[in-house]
Every structure is written in structure tokens, then in C-alpha cells.
Write a protein that binds this ligand. Structure first.
Ligand SMILES: [Zn+2]
Length: 421
């Protein structure tokens, strides 16, 4: 996963090419879990001949998850399995049927582990001469899949998963059990985020949200179909026909993965000299962060920002500017980061009496926040650096979009006339 630009697509993780927009607004902020090195080639997910070639290709790698925990090497890198290692779970014939054929032949009694086509790394170099990169039409690179190795499904699947995990454990490859996974390299983190979010979605949707019958993963694991027949019913001497279901005839958001938009905002005072931060009751002492909340149905991002800041802190906002975004795969959030400013000092008065979500909210002077970004930033549960002075402000780490928003808010770029947006 080198950062060199390939011929197909600029690597999104390293988008620093000059343009008029870049000169006006500055370099794009690529947040942790975003900026994937993979070209998702989403239009090829419906091409089973492509998936069939990719799944057994010698250059292909599988990112493994056990109960949504990624399997990692002793050096805490994502373990990347080859097809030969996972063949008991992923036969070479896994994608031999088209989507129509797979739906027609559906049998809920036979299960396969969730397998997601993540995309192709077009910047990869071959690991060995006998493992050339996959070439497909004009695309060339290393395909990536995510594979669920949890002990689930029918007996064949459970046995295959258990044996694979046992073999890998003997090599020191183990699941990384953690609430959050922020020690990966940026490239690994983006691949992990895509795999985790999609496996989680598949897992929550094994039954149709409309008719309640079992569903089948299709489209490289990014769609779940509600088949009209089930061979398992015929095996019980019943009619294989299932009841009618509207997901078969209309475009249904039940069939496709969800992404839940969430706003997160660094708020500046009317004079631009202070930043509004809040703390939840479970935060460590002296730890504050930006305010955040879910976007509601029928609400714009800007309205959601104004609503959340007023509900949680009683502060009235003027202009809201979208800064950057961050996928957050726990389970399916997209954090939309904004910088906002109070237009009238009379609306700066903090009140926690509306929504009691925060334990405290305060205006911090810009200078204090700048210092805390350097000395007081750390991951939750970890200690700040050696320059931290006990009792001073603590902030989220650089892998959190909150950190990037706070940094942007105190940079002056948003409040100086020169950098005015
Ligand atoms: Zn259904």
C-alpha cells in the first residue's frame, strides 16, 4: 500500500494536488478511517465473473474479522490472508453463480460466511513473481475482501471458521478486542473501517426488514436480497414459495447498507477568541471535546449543528461551515465536521438546562486550546504526553475528527479577514 500515485486514480489519502480551491480553502483534511487506498470499483460488484476471478487470485488478500474484531499480527498490523488459507470458508466457486442464479437457487439451510469485496489497491506491488497483480479490463492491482471468521451459520461454516482461527492463533494472529481501533496505519484503518461497517450491516440484516424471512447477501456483500423461494422449505416437503415482499419489486433502502449521518462541531465565539467545548459524564477528568449528535430525518446538516449546540449548551449559532468528514464504523456513522460561530455575543450564554446530555460546557480561550492540542491530546483511556500539566485541559487525539476541527477553529483561518470563507 504505497502512497505513489497510480495511473488509474489519485490515491484519495494523499490528495494534495494544487488547484484554485486548494489555494482558497487550504489543503483537504483527510480524517482517520477515511482516505482509503482502495478503488472500490463498486460497479463491478454485480459482475460475478470479475468477483470469481478476484476471489481466488494469487494476489488477493482477505481481511479477517471474528465477531467484528479484526485479526492482527503480533506487530499489530491487519493480518492479510491469501485464498489458500481461507479456502475451507471461501471455495474457488464462491462467485460462480450470477446474482439471479444465486437468488433462484437460494437455500436458507446452507450458509456461507459474510464475504465483502472491498476494492482493488492499484498502487500495490506484487509480493512475489508468482503472485502477479490482477488485471481486469483497464484495472490492475491487488483485490481486497473482508471475511467473517466467527463461529456462525451451518456446521461446515462453524467448523471451517474454528479451524482457521486455531491455525492462525498458532502463528500469533489474534482478534483485536477493543471498543475502538485507532493504532492502524491510515491505509489499514480505512480498509478496516469499510470491512467492519459492511460486516456489521450484513450481520444485523440476516432477516428481511419487511417480511421477516431470511435474506441472502449479493453484490459482493453490499446488498441483501429477499429471495422469492427457499429450497430448505422444499426439503421439508413444503412449498418453496415465500410470501410476496415489496423489497423485490421496489427500490428498497432495506436492501442496501446504511450510513448514519452525525454532526460534530467546533464553535467559535462572536469575537473568534474562544472555543465552546463540552464534556460527558463518563469523560476522564479535565477532558473536553466538541459537541456532536445525529442528524434527524428531514434536517439539513447546518440545521442539525445549530439544533444540537442550542439543545446541549443553549448557545445560538450564526454561520455553519462544513470542514471535513470521518467515517466512524461503530457501527455505521459518518461524522460530518463543521466549524461554527456565534453571530451575537448575547447568544453565547451557556445553559445546560435543555438537554441534560453534557455534564459541563465552557468557553475556552483560543490560546489555552492551542496549548492543549500539543500537550493534552490523547486517546480515551490513555495518558497525555510528558508536557501535560496536571489539571489543565485535555482533548481527543489527532485520529478523532474532533481534534482536527478544534485545530482548524483555533488556527485563525476561519476568523481572520484574509482567510474568511
Ligand atoms: Zn422480504
Amino acid at each position: 500500500m504505497s502512497s505513489a500515485l497510480g495511473s488509474q486514480l489519485p490515491n484519495p489519502a494523499h490528495l494534495d494536488a494544487d488547484s484554485m480551491l486548494a489555494r482558497r480553502f487550504g489543503k483537504e483534511t483527510v480524517n482517520y478511517f477515511g482516505g482509503s487506498p482502495l478503488n472500490r470499483l463498486s460497479f463491478l460488484r454485480s459482475d460475478h465473473t470479475f468477483l470469481s476471478a478476484a476471489v481466488k487470485h494469487p494476489s488477493t488478500r482477505f481481511v479477517l474479522f471474528q465477531d467484528l474484531a479484526p485479526l492482527i499480527t503480533p506487530a499489530r498490523r491487519l493480518y492479510l490472508a491469501k485464498h489458500a488459507e481461507v479456502e475451507a470458508l471461501v471455495p474457488a466457486t464462491a462467485f460462480d453463480k450470477s446474482e439471479e442464479e444465486a437468488i433462484r437457487d437460494y437455500d436458507s439451510g446452507v450458509t456461507r460466511p459474510d464475504l465483502i469485496f472491498l476494492g482493488v489497491d492499484e498502487h500495490a506491488a506484487p509480493d512475489a513473481p508468482e503472485e502477479p497483480l490482477l488485471e481486469w479490463k483497464t484495472y490492475r492491482g491487488r483485490p481486497f475482501f473482508a471475511l467473517d471468521v466467527s463461529e456462525r451459520g451451518d456446521e461446515t461454516q462453524r467448523t471451517g471458521a474454528a479451524e482457521l482461527v486455531k491455525t492462525l492463533e498458532a502463528q500469533g494472529v489474534t482478534p483485536w478486542l477493543s471498543r475502538h481501533h485507532t493504532d492502524f496505519s491510515p491505509d489499514e484503518a480505512a480498509i478496516f473501517a469499510q470491512g467492519r461497517a459492511l460486516l456489521d450491516w450484513n450481520r444485523r440484516n440476516t432477516f428481511c426488514g419487511t417480511c421477516g424471512h431470511p435474506t441472502l447477501a449479493v453484490n459482493g456483500g453490499t446488498k441483501r436480497a429477499c429471495p422469492p423461494t427457499d429450497a430448505a422449505l422444499a426439503a421439508q416437503s413444503k412449498s418453496p414459495e415465500r410470501p410476496p415482499c415489496s423489497t423485490r419489486t421496489t427500490l428498497s433502502n432495506l436492501s442496501f447498507p446504511r450510513t448514519d449521518p452525525t454532526i460534530i462541531v467546533a464553535t467559535l465565539s462572536a469575537d473568534g477568541q474562544r472555543v465552546l467545548l463540552g464534556r460527558g459524564p463518563r469523560f476522564p477528568p479535565h477532558w473536553y471535546s466538541t459537541l456532536a449528535g445525529f442528524v434527524e430525518p428531514g434536517e439539513s446538516v447546518e440545521d442539525a449543528v445549530r439544533r444540537e449546540v442550542w439543545e446541549e449548551a443553549g448557545v445560538g449559532l450564526g454561520r455553519v461551515v462544513i470542514h471535513s468528514s470521518q467515517p466512524w464504523p461503530y457501527p455505521a456513522n459518518l461524522m460530518i465536521g463543521a466549524i461554527a460561530q456565534v453571530a451575537d455575543p448575547a447568544l453565547e450564554r451557556i445553559s445546560l438546562e435543555h438537554d441534560p446530555e453534557l455534564e459541563d460546557a465552557r468557553w475556552f480561550p483560543v490560546e489555552e486550546v492551542r496549548r492543549a492540542l500539543v500537550t493534552g491530546a490523547s486517546a480515551l483511556g490513555e495518558k497525555p504526553g510528558p508536557d501535560y500539566v496536571e489539571g489543565s485541559l485535555r482533548l481527543p487525539p489527532p485520529t478523532a475528527i474532533a481534534h482536527q476541527l478544534i485545530k482548524a477553529a483555533v488556527s485563525g483561518a476561519y476568523t481572520s479577514e484574509k482567510g474568511k470563507i
